[in-house]
Design a protein around this ligand. Structure first.
Ligand code: ARG
Ligand code: ZN
Length: 869
């Protein structure tokens, strides 16, 4: 008999958008009773349900120990339902159902940080988006089932804080040293927005009066020692509340708004209704302990989660394919908020830098997917740069096209139509179109197809006719899974400059109107088109995609001199930066001479420094190796790129000569009144310090040491520490030890200590092993893992040598312990296929070998996609 082994064919676990079906039952109300004990928790639930479509009653549940279940008062026996690892199904149920269910769960040993989990000795929290609620109890755990939640939380009195969403309606003794609270959330919500917190935390309180005159209690919960670090977040919260009233007409709707900080959190933060749960890294902000960048991030994440109250909570997603509906819109809103906090040009630069260094590479590789995916295995894998950042760009394009007033009419219509509903991307675009009176339906194409469009532009000056013709062409790289790629609408914001004087040209209004250019924006929505500008006495210099008006790769045959011209004369700060970036990219990737850039930067800098030091600091941004690597599609050799980049930085340092030290010594952050100005001065100062080190300045280590010791500001301290450590200065060990002693009990600061060492340009497998075996390294805390992994990955030479094993080992370990984070970290290796041989084959073999060693849907799906190229 032939006994050749049959391959095990796993059931296809893929979920498709096209298969969406309404749930058979809606939940009118849910009463939850969560009792936390040291070695288990007991969850009792009462669901009142009503049929809305034919079909079995389906409750989703994972890792639950079912104790009992009754339906309309009668206990169900095992034969009366079907239970497997993912769901509990009851057939032939009546139209009105009351279910009472009791389950046991184990938050105390939940390392995946999903569902209810013990985050610290003194803290239990929840994370239920997207599918964590099913790890708390059996429920139709999908975003299109909205219900009124009443929650009783009971625990030992060693946990004085017992929180859930909504209003506190009762509290009392539960006997045996225990107590309880009962909370009722008046707004219907999907289960992913449910939260509860059981802990021993301190609280910072404040109040806010909405535009409608109602009074809101604001509370931020954190460790007692961290309460002084919660003031910036509190101010940002109040600021966000005002901002949403003023810009979108959206006041807050509950009597309280609570934020709880925990250091054990997979992501940044979570917008649970009225009870946000935050990674400490996105709440705690204090110049002494956290960097300027972290302070900016705290403010933007506070705003992001707050803005979700309308875009996400009041109006939610019909299904998880629509994730970018709430995330793309909310990111666009938080980016706009942040543009009001600092130099708007720099905010745009920073947002585009993230887009280009994360989303563009993602979208050009094996993990590429449309902003609204049409299938997935594990939805947790789709909290991506494409869904968030490209999603935000789509909204920005529509907002740019509409202008402020019409965009507001559109969003007003959206809130009017869909408040209280779970909707789709189509609903959003339809409401925006109806409210503004502009048909935006073509923008749906952006949501539905992957890839970064290439925008090729060409300019031709006709001296006889005194006209300039700009020709545009768009294309997308062919994609096996999406054969019918269509042209997308691309708003091209543009300006023309006088090549002699550097002045922006005032253009002939009539001709512009005929060409479809309105308020400086041309909507390019064909495969090819051209615009003619008339009345030009000489060839102009054109500046395209001002403020990055569309997420595309622009190709325009600028000469280096024209780019230098734009760096100097463009009044749009973003395009000034972009001109510098393009010049630098040409030097690094195409071997152009650096002189044009050097001349331009020396001419421009003094003016920019005087006006906007933060923008000036960004003009020194030399594209990261990670970003440059993503521009290389084959035979990528990280060592060659690293050497080119080092050489350029050394040239820059040398050519700037005495300017570097002069500037360093002249900058004084203390003299700045505004935080954003001081932040700019600090950024610039740190850049000058590192250039000084490249100059081999004999004093540089003394200056750095002085800066390290004499500051109370984390950005200054870290800037100095970096220079001392990365250059192996005589003071390196002393300052590292000093930093450790100062901050060993401050997790976020200590993360920086790990990060700086991991990012040492000459890091080795051994130096990384020293960090990962350090007593303060902790695989249960994602922030700590990310500090070392992120530091290591700052240098692709290291990532693609000993780093490969580091990331594979992490994926293997986290596959079981924390698959959400494991899957993310593995994605660092997704561009393996671009490497030059023999590295390419070596990494491929290691990834192939990993396949049989991982089980989670998260890591397996990522690995399969990565290898499917
Ligand atoms: N909705 C949260 C936010 O954008 C993020 C939740 C991410 N959760 C996850 N499992 N990936 O603010
Ligand atoms: Zn969000």
């Amino acid at each position: 008999m032939n006994i050749a082994a049959n391959p095990v064919i796993e059931a296809d676990q893929t979920v498709y958008l096209k298969d969406y079906q309404k749930p058979s039952y809606l939940v009118d109300s849910i009463h939850l009773d969560i009792q936390v004990y040291d070695d288990h928790s007991l969850v009792k639930s009462k669901l009142v349900m009503q049929r809305q479509a034919a079909g079995d009653l389906v409750l989703l549940g994972r890792d639950l120990e079912l104790q009992s279940i009754t339906l309309n008062g009668k206990t169900l026996t095992n034969e009366q339902y079907q239970l497997d690892a993912e769901q509990l199904v009851i057939a032939n149920t009546p139209d009105l159902v009351e279910l009472n269910i009791e389950v046991l769960i184990h938050p105390e040993s939940n390392t995946q940080l999903e569902g209810l989990y013990q985050a610290a000795d003194n803290l239990y929290v929840t994370q239920n988006e997207p599918e964590g609620f099913r790890k708390i109890t059996f429920y139709p755990d999908r975003p299109d089932v909205l219900s009124v939640f009443t929650t009783r939380v009971e625990a030992d009195k060693k946990f004085p804080v017992l929180l859930a969403n909504g209003n506190l309606i009762e509290a009392g003794e539960a006997g045996e040293g225990r107590h309880y609270t009962v909370w009722q959330d008046p707004t219907k919500k999907p289960s992913y927005l449910f939260a509860c917190v059981i802990g021993d935390l301190a609280v910072l309180k404040d109040r806010y009066t909405t535009s409608e005159g109602s009074d809101v209690a604001l509370e931020i919960y954190a460790e007692a020692k961290d309460i002084p670090k919660c003031h910036i977040a509190m101010e940002a919260l109040k600021h966000s509340m005002r901002w949403d009233e003023e810009h979108y007409g959206r006041p807050y709707d509950l009597d309280n708004y609570m934020i709880v900080a925990t250091s054990a959190f997979n992501m940044g933060a979570m917008e649970n209704k009225g009870l946000n749960i935050f990674n400490t890294s996105c709440v705690l902000a204090d110049e002494e302990y956290t960097t300027d960048a972290a302070i900016m991030r705290v403010q933007s994440v506070i705003a992001h989660e707050y803005f979700h109250n309308w875009t996400g909570n009041r109006i939610t997603c019909r299904d998880w394919f629509q994730l970018c509906l709430k995330e793309g819109l909310t990111v666009f809103r938080d980016q706009s908020f942040s543009e009001d906090l600092q130099s708007a040009a720099v905010q745009r630069i920073d947002d585009v830098a993230v887009l280009k260094s994360h989303q563009f590479p993602e979208d050009s590789g094996p993990l590429s997917h449309p902003p609204r995916p049409d299938h997935f295995v594990e939805i947790n894998n789709f909290y991506t740069a494409t869904v968030y950042e490209k999603g935000a760009e789509i909204n920005r394009m529509m907002a740019t096209l509409l202008g402020k007033e019409k965009f507001r009419q559109g969003t007003d219509e959206y809130f009017k139509r869909h408040d209280g509903q779970a909707v789709t991307v189509e609903d959003w675009v339809a409401a925006l179109s109806a409210g503004s009176g502009v048909d935006l339906s073509a923008f749906l194409i952006w949501y539905n197809q992957p890839g970064t469009p290439k925008l090729q532009a060409q300019g031709e000056y006709d001296a006889a006719n005194q006209s300039y013709r700009l020709s545009l062409k768009q294309s997308l790289k062919a994609h096996a899974k999406y054969p019918n790629l269509k042209a997308v609408p691309i708003p091209v914001a543009l300006a023309l400059f006088d090549a002699e004087t550097g002045e922006q040209l005032v253009l002939n209004a009539e001709a512009l109107f005929e060409n479809g250019v309105k308020d400086g924006v041309y909507l390019f929505d064909q495969n090819e088109a051209s615009i003619e500008f008339t009345g030009l006495k000489a060839a102009p210099v054109v500046s395209l995609l001002r403020s990055f008006s569309a997420p595309v790769n622009l190709e325009f045959n600028y000469s280096d001199e024209q780019l230098a011209f734009l760096l100097q004369y463009e009044t749009n700060g973003f395009n000034q930066w972009q001109a510098a970036q393009t010049l630098l990219e040409r030097i690094l990737l195409n071997g152009h001479n650096a002189q044009t850039y050097l001349d331009a930067i020396q001419k421009t800098l003094p003016f920019v420094i005087a006006k906007d030091p933060l923008l000036a600091s960004r003009l020194f941004d030399v594209p990261t190796e990670g970003y440059l690597g993503s521009r290389i599609d084959q035979d990528y050799n990280p060592i060659v790129l690293n050497e080119a980049r080092e050489a350029l930085l050394n040239t820059l340092a040398r050519e700037l000569g005495g300017f570097v030290k002069e500037t360093y010594l002249s900058l004084d952050p203390i003299a700045q009144k505004e935080f954003s100005q001081a932040m700019g001065v600090r950024a610039l100062k740190n850049i000058m310090l590192s250039l000084l080190a490249r100059q081999g300045d004999s004093e540089v280590f003394d200056l750095a040491y002085e800066q390290y010791q004499n500051t109370g500001n984390m950005s200054e301290r870290l800037g100095a520490l970096k220079v001392l450590v990365w250059n192996d200065s005589p003071q390196a060990q002393e300052v590292l030890q000093d930093f450790y002693t100062r901050f060993k009990d401050e997790a976020l600061s200590l993360d920086q200590w790990f990060m700086i060492q991991a990012a040492h340009p000459k890091a080795t497998a051994e130096s990384i092993a020293y960090l990962t075996s350090h007593a303060d390294y902790d695989l249960a805390v994602p922030n700590r893992i990310r500090s070392v992994s992120g530091g290591l990955n700052a240098n692709p030479v290291n990532t693609w040598s000993f780093g490969v094993q580091h990331f594979i080992d992490l994926a293997k370990y986290l596959d079981e312990k924390n698959p959400i984070v494991g899957s993310r970290l593995l994605q660092v290796l997704s561009r393996w296929y671009t490497l030059a041989e023999p590295q390419r084959s070596q990494v491929k073999a290691e990834l192939e070998a990993l396949k049989s060693q991982v089980k989670s849907k998260n890591v397996s799906e990522t690995l399969n996609s990565m290898l499917s190229i």
